[in-house]
Design a protein around this ligand. Structure first.
Ligand code: FMN
Ligand code: SF4
Length: 353
């Protein structure tokens, strides 16, 4: 039997296979509340047979959004809508974690926060993040803790802290962005360790708390260091992706067979005992199986593969065509999923309009 289709547990959360659908923001409403389309989307993904779904980056504070149409978990009255996603996914026999997120300087705020003053350049503008005061730090840490409490109350099986892709936690980790000279700069992991302690204080022991971490922050040595520190501080799993976009040095051996993020996951797995997830460019059953077996990670994230074909896991198990992401220079799913060329191609081949 393939490792891909073997069962796996994190604490009491049982997964029927090693396929995780990673967080992918696809916005529907501008107010942060769950829309019927969100529920439908997650129900369909759950029916697709994955072992685990991690809900898209869901913001802990309205000022920390990465886009206007991002889901929110910053108010108690958002819990009800979130519960409808959880229930829809659980009804299909799939566990669900939610990724909790604050964008920091890489967001839509007019006056964004950053660990220290930082100029963030986009193709159209330069945003200047202002250095967080200690009061800002404490207040945002509390927003993460409150968001985790809401996630538990909504019925999620766990949370994933969004600690990569340039967003706030990642800005603390990366010393090229975090130039603070106080304890949050000299000891960059302090920000997230205090959040973890706070979350443990408001959720029960069995509630799963993991993190999506950049493997290169800015180098793999930093990624390894943070992974070990986080394991020591009680995180239940590490989902390894990329760090702060322009401030990474991806020192990966030439000719490495998979993506740089998979390399980082493989290296980190050699040094920790907790579950490690690998991501990026895993589109076929063969690649997924090879990465699980030969690189010894515990779960594989099937991202764009599941955008094109939400039934990816069932199709993979039945030996059917799982579809093909065309790796467009900018993935169109974020704003206009209906024109995804990979999805159009896949639907056509399968006789769907
Ligand atoms: C439309 C879209 C939205 C995404 N949103 C998130 C997100 O909310 N949080 C996150 O950590 N990564 C996000 N990602 C990154 C994916 O989770 C994944 O890491 C990336 O697509 C690479 O995996 P893949 O090659 O399997 O697609 C997003 C990717 C896409 C295409
Ligand atoms: S828009 Fe392009 S990159 Fe995005 S999922 Fe579709 S084919 Fe893949």
């Amino acid at each position: 039997m393939k490792k891909l289709f073997s069962e796996f547990n994190i604490k009491n959360v049982k997964m029927k296979n090693r396929i995780c659908i990673p967080p992918m923001v696809v916005g529907f409403r501008p107010d942060g509340y769950v829309a019927p389309e969100n529920v439908e989307r997650y129900k369909k993904l759950a029916q697709g047979g994955a072992g685990l779904i991690i809900q898209e980056a869901t913001c802990i504070n309205i000022d920390g959004r990465l886009s206007e149409k991002q889901l929110g978990i910053w108010k108690d009255n958002q819990i009800e809508g979130l519960k409808s996603i959880v229930n829809a996914v659980h009804e299909e026999g799939c566990p669900i974690f939610v990724q909790i997120h604050h964008a920091g300087v890489v967001g839509v705020s007019e006056n964004p926060l950053c660990p220290s003053a930082y100029e963030y350049k986009t193709p159209t503008k330069t945003v200047v993040g202002h250095e967080m005061t200690i009061e800002d730090i404490k207040s945002i840490q509390n927003d993460y803790i409150e968001a985790a409490r809401r996630a538990y109350e909504a019925g999620y099986d766990g949370i994933e802290l969004h600690g990569c892709h340039g967003y706030l936690i990642c800005q603390f980790f990366n010393k090229r962005v975090n130039k603070r000279t106080d304890e949050y700069g000299n000891n960059p992991e302090k920000f997230v360790i205090e959040i973890l302690e706070g979350i443990r204080g408001v959720t029960p022991e069995e509630f799963v708390v993991g993190i999506r971490l950049g493997g290169f922050e800015p180098t793999i040595e930093d990624g390894l260091h943070y992974a070990k520190v986080l394991e020591k501080n009680g995180v239940d799993f590490l989902d390894i992706s990329y760090g702060f976009g322009s401030e990474q040095e991806m020192n990966v051996p030439e000719g490495y067979k998979y993506s740089n993020a998979v390399y980082a996951a493989e290296k980190i797995k050699e040094e920790v005992s907790i579950p490690v997830f690998a991501v990026n460019g895993i589109y076929s059953v063969e690649t997924a199986e090879e990465i699980l077996k030969e690189r010894d990670v515990d779960m594989v994230d099937i991202g764009k593969g599941a955008l094109i074909n939400p039934n990816w896991a069932n199709d993979a198990k039945e030996g059917k065509d799982t579809g093909k992401c065309l790796s467009c220079s900018k993935c169109m799913w974020f704003g206009q999923s209906k024109v995804c060329p990979g999805k159009v191609m896949f639907d056509k081949a399968n006789g769907q309009k």
